[in-house]
Design a protein around this ligand. Sequence first.
Ligand code: NI
Length: 172
Amino acid sequence: MAILPIITAPDRRLKVKSKPVDAVDDKIRQFLDDMLETMYDAPGIGLSAVQVGVAKCLITVDVSHDDEDNAPLYMVNPEIVHYSDDKGIYNEGCLSLPDQFADLERPEGITVEYLDYNGEPQKLLADGLLSRCIQHEMDHLKGRLFVDHISAVKRGMILRKLDKARRQKQTA
Ligand code: NI
């Protein structure tokens, strides 16, 4: 297992659209293990492969908030097949946008189909934080960040702040 460097915005690599995986083999499983370790280390509740520079349709999620009873989900080629009509607002953050948050409206519930760690097809009904987190990570697979849901003015402010913080870090 290895902790992988997480790409932070603004970065062109975060805008790349991810490609579906052909088969869940040992190489993919090892990468999923690395992704999960990277996510826990950050710490975060969700991570997409593209955030560590691999544009493949892979995400890891764990909203359990409990070190002793982790409930990791590995999703390969996830696809949302249903959105609920009711929507909710949640203050979202992202490991690729450190210390930045914005209130976002999204559908409350989803039904998602995916391949699991063993390559078995799964169907999951999710709501609350889990639904939110999966929708957020799946945005990454389309090259979208949570700031792409907010106004251009607010987005510009956040991205300039991050750009400045990175330049200060590089010269420090
Ligand atoms: Ni994110």
